[in-house]
Every structure is written in structure tokens, then in C-alpha cells.
Ligand binder design. Structure first.
Ligand SMILES: [Mn+2]
Length: 313
């Protein structure tokens, strides 16, 4: 009996030691830090800018998440304005970050731009120190990163739900540039050709309403490039020429014309208006697919969305 007890005691001891040993060797360790493969950003020219089907699917998902965040931010911001009479820029920034990350993006692809009123004339404005007030447009440039693939979308909407006459005039020019650039984006052309087209649409539009007289003045109102490669980095393949590469199916880049009228140029009623409309596209065999096409950009579609708060969630 004593012998049997000793045996079972020893068995229990061995079991205990073994369990402890297994536990210490297999217990869960902290997950690896989130380290995006930045080294992949620098890849050989010609491979880097062309995305394969799997990559394009990830970019499509990234745009889906970020586009929905824009739509929800539109609704929430106007709702907040109607309740409080103004909306802090940082609150819209928070909504975007919340919507993007809760939908599956691990992080933002770049700091959100949330620029109310005249702040929209400052490129890459991300200080969120002001409030968006009655009569202001808010320019939102925001995109998440889904499984390392970036999206980069910009929309500009009126915080009170309705564009003014002069805001509509400027918006129409930017929208025309955005849509025509998308129309001409196809295999065989170049981003330089697309950029030049955006510049010409903007020159003509601003000339028609008497803001620009000299063609050389267009750069004062549209002072950035029409687009950039996009992929693992929001500005993917920085080392690769963006201007003269002959476009092929699989090339992914942004189309983002804008007009920014600061207080030093142009007629005074237009001062302080900053508008950009940015989509992400992939070149296909006969044109391009707009990955962010479901995010409203027509004036009437945006106003309709902003004034139908029943869909807020
Ligand atoms: Mn961009």
C-alpha cells in the first residue's frame, strides 16, 4: 500500500514537472511588433510600379475601407454641425481613424488631412487646431493601410450640407479635371500627359471665371502633381520616374487635381477655397478601374448624402 502510494505520488510529480516544462516552453509570447516591410518599397524599376492581381485586390479592399470611412465622416460631421453649430477638425480626424481601423486597417497610410475653410489651401495641413464653421468646406484626405497596402482618397464637402455658388464653381472645375484625367488614363499614355491635361482644364476653368489670365499663373492655384504611384507606400516607388513611364495594365496611381485659392491671389469672393478630389486607379487593358469610385464626388450626390442623415451609423 505504501509502495503503491509512493508510485502514484511519483507519477503525479512527473506529470506536474512535465506540465510545467511544457507550459514554460509553449506559453504564448508577445506578438511580433507591427513592422511593415518598408524594404519592399525600394524594388526594381518596372516591377515596383506594376501590381499583380493579389496586390490589386488588397488595394481594392484598402480603398473600400477608406471610402466607407469618408462616407461615414461626411454624415457624422454634418450631423455634429447641425447639433453644435461647428465641428472641431480633430473630431473629424478621430472619426476617420476610428472608421478606418475598426473596419480592418491596422493603421493609417499617412496622417489624415482634415482642413476646414481656408486651412484647405495649406497642402498636407494636419494640425487639426481649428473648428469647421458655417459656410466652410472641409477638405478630407484620408486613407488606411490594409495588409500593408495603402489607399489615398480626398473629398471636399460643405459642413452645412450645401455648397455655395462660388464653391460650386470651383468644385466643378476640379471635378471636370478629375473625371477627364480618369477618362484618358489608359495603357500607352503617361502621367505627364494626364498631369498636363489637369493643368489645362484648371487653367481654362479659372480663366472662364476671371481668376487666371496668364497661363503661367495656374501653378499658383494647382501647385502639386496630378498623382503619384501608390501601393505598399502611399507614395510608392519614390525612386521611379512617375512622369514618363509608359502606362501598362497593373500600374496603380492617384488622380488628384485641386484648386487652392489663398488670400493673395484671385478675386476676393473665391479667397479661402481649397478643393481637391482624389481617387486611386489601376490601369486595365483598355482604360482604368477607379478603386474609390463608390465614394460620391458629384455635387448633387454629396449634397444628397449629407442631407440624408437617416443612414448614419
Ligand atoms: Mn495622394
Amino acid at each position: 500500500m505504501v509502495f503503491a502510494s509512493a508510485i502514484s505520488f511519483t507519477v503525479i510529480q512527473i506529470w506536474f514537472w512535465w506540465s510545467y516544462y511544457v507550459h514554460t516552453k509553449t506559453k504564448s509570447s508577445p506578438k511580433e511588433a507591427y513592422n511593415p516591410p518598408h524594404e519592399l518599397v525600394v524594388r526594381e524599376e518596372g516591377i515596383a510600379t506594376l501590381k499583380d492581381v493579389d496586390e490589386i485586390n488588397l488595394m481594392r479592399k484598402s480603398c473600400e475601407i477608406s471610402g466607407n470611412a469618408h462616407i461615414n465622416a461626411m454624415r457624422h460631421s454634418v450631423n455634429l454641425f447641425k447639433q453644435n453649430g461647428s465641428v472641431p477638425e480633430i473630431e473629424i480626424d478621430a472619426i476617420l481613424t476610428y472608421e478606418i481601423t475598426r473596419a480592418g486597417c491596422r493603421r493609417l497610410a499617412y496622417p489624415n488631412v482634415v482642413a476646414g475653410g481656408v486651412n484647405a489651401t495649406c497642402l498636407h495641413y494636419d494640425s487639426y487646431e481649428d473648428t469647421v464653421k458655417e459656410g466652410d468646406l472641409v477638405l478630407v484626405d484620408s486613407g488606411g493601410e490594409y495588409k500593408y497596402y495603402a489607399s489615398d482618397i480626398t473629398r471636399t464637402w460643405p459642413i452645412n450640407g450645401k455648397y455655395t455658388k462660388v464653391q460650386r464653381e470651383i468644385y466643378d472645375i476640379v471635378l471636370k479635371a478629375n473625371k477627364e484625367c480618369i477618362d484618358i488614363a489608359r495603357p500607352g499614355t503617361t502621367i505627364q500627359v494626364i498631369h498636363d491635361h489637369a493643368k489645362e482644364v484648371i487653367r481654362k476653368g479659372l480663366s472662364d471665371i476671371g481668376i487666371v489670365n496668364d497661363v503661367n499663373d495656374v501653378d499658383k492655384f494647382f501647385m502639386h502633381n496630378v498623382g503619384h504611384w501608390i501601393g505598399i507606400d502611399v507614395h510608392d516607388c519614390r525612386e521611379t520616374d512617375r512622369w514618363n513611364v509608359i502606362l501598362k495594365p497593373g500600374h496603380c496611381f492617384t488622380i488628384e487635381p485641386g484648386i487652392y485659392i489663398n488670400d493673395k491671389v484671385g478675386a476676393s469672393e473665391y479667397h479661402g477655397i481649397g478643393i481637391r478630389i482624389e481617387d486611386d486607379i489601376v490601369i486595365t487593358s483598355d482604360g482604368c478601374e477607379v478603386l474609390s469610385s463608390f465614394v460620391p464626388k458629384e455635387l448633387n450626390d454629396i449634397e444628397e448624402l449629407l442631407n440624408d442623415l437617416t443612414k448614419i451609423n
